[in-house]
Design a binder for this molecule. Structure first.
Ligand SMILES: [Cu+2]
Length: 150
């Protein structure tokens, strides 16, 4: 496992050939059971990398999701095969696209807090990244009307 020792909350971390850019969670309403996680990952290496999955102590499970707009309906699907990051490419996990989804939250996700999330890469292995909690996402898909296929 590779840890990040920096105590400050820089917007970017370098781990081997990977740059982890703006890792963050969004504040959730009280008693929320799901939260979304977002970041960008740049691959500075000379071979493709794959973000396989993630784990965290803040929730029971973490899934990689993709959100797409189909006939004006937001659809969300799990991406069990993970996400490929090509050489010199930046993978963006952001609202409305790919994102991390935390199911079964066991603590409140409050703005200003930081939670450690373990990202599991095919080549780099497990990488612990501090995710800072940003203000709530408005018009979020993480509302209780959304069907998460669970
Ligand atoms: Cu989702």
């Amino acid at each position: 496992m590779i840890g990040i020792s920096s105590a400050c909350y820089a917007h970017q971390y370098s781990i081997g050939v990977l740059s982890i850019i703006k890792p963050h969670l969004r504040e959730t309403p009280k008693n929320a059971t799901v939260a979304g996680g977002y970041l960008s990952i740049k691959n500075n290496g000379d071979s493709p990398e794959v973000l396989l999955n993630a784990t965290s102590s803040i929730s029971e499970t973490v899934e990689i999701h993709e959100m797409t707009l189909e006939k004006e309906i937001m659809k969300m699907r799990q991406v069990p095969e993970g996400l490929v990051i090509g050489v010199n490419q930046i993978l963006e996990l952001k609202a409305g696209g790919f994102h991390l989804m935390f199911f079964g939250l066991n603590k409140e996700i409050k703005q200003g807090d930081t939670h450690k999330i373990i990202l599991n890469f095919k080549n780099a292995g497990e990488v612990t990244v501090p995710f800072k909690v940003w203000e709530p996402l408005h018009a979020s898909h993480h509302n209780k009307n959304m069907d998460h296929h669970h």
